[in-house]
Design a protein around this ligand. Structure first.
Ligand SMILES: [Zn+2]
Ligand SMILES: [Zn+2]
Length: 150
């Protein structure tokens, strides 16, 4: 049975870095965090428990976590680089509200199947699949329509 920490440790030792308890604390917090998180936000969470861990360590660790496939970068077109946990999570699409910035996840195998079929037409192999929809959420739509958010 492999778990996330083993995947991470193997990656770190392959890169020739020594094992660090700081990095593993950061990983633990990342794995428990909300779905989409920036290095800044993660550092905020980490420093609640471990004020001695600096932003640079968090930032570099997040990159290591992504490099070994435990996390993936998500881009919501607002200039903020966020990551989400990829380990043991199914493929999903993102809906991003351009008014309030909130994001929603939609889990549907159909998105992946459709993408694979489209790529096949060009003998294209998908390595990374991102599906992001930009628009207006229900609450913001109600506000824009002049009504009250429910
Ligand atoms: Zn909204
Ligand atoms: Zn997501």
């Amino acid at each position: 049975m492999t778990n996330a920490i083993q995947v991470f440790r193997q990656h770190v030792s392959q890169k020739g870095c020594h094992r660090s308890s700081k990095r593993e604390k950061i990983l633990g917090i990342f794995l428990k965090s909300r779905t989409h998180i920036s290095a800044q936000e993660l550092h905020g969470l980490v420093s609640q428990d471990y004020p001695e861990i600096g932003y640079t360590t968090v930032y570099r660790t997040l990159k290591l976590i992504a490099d070994c496939g435990l996390a993936e970068e998500v881009d919501f077109n607002d200039g903020v680089k966020r990551y989400e946990r990829k380990w043991k999570r199914d493929y999903h699409a993102h809906c991003i509200c351009t008014q309030c910035g909130r994001d929603f996840e939609i889990f549907d195998e159909g998105i992946r199947d459709m993408s694979v079929n489209l790529a096949k037409r060009k003998d294209f192999t998908i390595r990374k699949l991102r599906y992001e929809l930009f628009g207006v959420c229900r609450q913001c739509a109600a506000v824009l329509a002049g009504g009250e958010a429910s």
